[in-house]
Write a protein that binds this ligand. Structure first.
Ligand SMILES: C[S@@+](CC[C@H](N)C(=O)[O-])C[C@H]1O[C@@H](n2cnc3c(N)ncnc32)[C@H](O)[C@@H]1O
Length: 329
C-alpha cells in the first residue's frame, strides 16, 4: 500500500519522535551489543508501523543480536539479519550467542544470514521469497564503499514505501556515503539526521550516557515512497582530500600495514618510545613475511593487472544477479 509522499514522511517523523519520547516497546535483558536506546526504540516502532505480511525487516550487522532481536518481536513477518561475524568476535562465539538468545527469548521470526553482506544482498531474493523490505537497518562495515554498497545493493528488494535507518553517521565518511547516495537517487529523501558528540567509546560521564540512551554514534533516516523528491542532504565537508588519498593507500606496497603505520605516528606524536620501537619491529617483521595478494610488487602505483585477460562481453546477458557475468573471486 502506498500513500502520499508527505503523509508517509510525516508518519515516519512521528515514529522518530515517539522513539525519542516514549522509548522502547519492549526490552530483552539477555541482549548485549553496540547500539543506543533511541536507535533500538526506533527500529521496534518502525517495524510495528511499516512491516506486514509482505514487508519484512532486514539489518546488516547483527553482532550479538541487540538490534535484530529487539526489533524481531515487533516485526509482522520475518526479521533478517546479515553478518559474517568477521569483526568484534575474537573467540568466534557471536553466531551461536545470537542463535541461543533467539531460542531463549522464544523469537521464531528472526533469520540469521551468516554471509558477507555483498554476497547476501546479491542472493537476497532466495531468502525473501517474494517479500519486500519495509524497514532496512545499515550497521555493518562502516568504510565509505560498504556504506554505499549497502544502500545500492538493496534497491531491488525495497518495498514501495520503505524506511532506511543508517547507524554510525557521526563518522564523516558515513555521512558522505549517505549524501552521495541521496545525490544520485532523488527517489529517496532524508527525513532525519542526528549526531552525538563523538563515538560513545570516546565519551564519558553525561555525554556517554546521552549517547547510550540516545542515538549512539549518530543516525540517518531515509525514506522511499512514490512521488517523493528528496533535496536536503546530510551535513558533510566539501573537501574530499582524504577520499582522494584512498587511491594512494590502495596502491602502496603494503596497503594492509597502513593502520599500523599510522599507529606508529600516534606513538611518535605521544612520545611513547617503547611502543614506537616495538611496533616498528613488528611492522618490519610483517614486511619481511608478507607475501600474498595484498602485497604489491612495486613501492607505489601497484595495479595488480598483470594476469587480467582481454575479453569481449556478451551484452545479451542482462541479469545483474547472474553469477556468470558477475563472478565472485
Ligand atoms: C557494530 S556491529 C553491529 C551492532 C549490532 N547491530 C548490535 O545490535 O549490537 C557491526 C557488525 O557488522 C559485521 N560485519 C562487518 N563487516 C561485514 C561484512 N562484510 N559482511 C557482513 N557483516 C559484516 C561485524 O561482524 C559486526 O558484527
Amino acid at each position: 500500500m502506498s500513500c502520499s509522499p508527505c503523509h508517509f514522511a510525516t508518519r515516519v517523523r512521528n515514529v522518530i519522535v515517539e522513539a525519542q519520547t516514549l522509548g522502547l516497546l519492549s526490552e530483552n535483558s539477555l541482549l548485549t551489543g553496540y547500539s543506543g536506546k533511541c536507535v533500538i526504540a526506533l527500529l521496534q516502532r518502525l517495524c510495528d508501523a511499516f512491516t506486514d505480511q509482505n514487508r519484512c525487516y532486514l539489518e546488516i550487522g547483527v553482532f550479538q543480536g541487540m538490534t535484530l532481536l529487539h526489533a524481531a518481536p515487533h516485526c509482522k513477518s520475518e526479521a533478517y539479519g546479515i553478518d559474517n561475524f568477521a569483526f568484534f568476535d575474537p573467540e568466534g562465539k557471536n553466531k551461536s550467542l545470537v542463535l541461543s538468545r533467539m531460542e531463549q527469548s522464544g523469537i521464531n521470526n528472526a533469520i540469521l544470514i551468516n554471509q558477507d553482506y555483498e554476497d547476501a544482498l546479491e542472493q537476497l531474493h532466495q531468502y525473501l521469497q517474494g517479500k519486500k523490505i519495509g524497514v532496512y537497518f545499515v550497521d555493518g562495515p562502516h568504510d565509505y564503499r560498504s556504506q554505499l554498497m549497502c544502500l545500492q545493493l538493496v534497491l531491488p528488494h525495497l518495498a514501495t514505501d520503505a524506511v532506511i535507518v543508517i547507524d554510525d553517521c557521526n563518522y564523516r565518511h558515513v555521512r558522505l556515503a549517505t549524501s552521495d547516495f541521496l545525490r544520485t537517487h532523488p527517489e529517496f529523501a532524508m527525513v532525519y539526521e542526528s549526531y552525538t558528540q563523538a563515538h560513545p567509546h570516546n565519551l564519558s560521564g553525561h555525554a556517554s550516557e546521552n549517547a547510550v540512551n540516545g542515538w549512539w554514534n549518530g543516525i540517518h533516516v531515509l525514506i522511499k515512497t512514490p512521488g517523493i523528491r528528496g533535496s536536503s542532504l546530510p551535513q558533510t565537508t566539501r573537501s574530499r582530500v582524504v577520499y582522494e588519498n584512498e587511491h594512494l593507500t590502495q596502491t602502496v606496497r603494503f596497503p594492509l600495514l597502513m593502520i599500523q603505520t599510522s599507529r606508529l605516528l600516534i606513538d611518535l606524536y605521544k612520545g611513547q618510545w617503547y611502543k614506537f620501537f616495538k611496533r616498528s619491529l613488528w611492522i618490519r617483521k610483517q614486511t619481511k613475511e608478507s607475501n600474498h595478494e595484498w602485497v604489491g610488487k612495486y613501492d607505489f602505483m601497484n595495479t595488480y593487472s598483470e594476469n587480467l585477460e582481454e575479453r569481449f562481453h556478451d551484452v545479451s546477458k542482462h541479469d545483474p544477479l547472474d553469477n556468470e557475468t558477475h563472478p565472485h573471486p
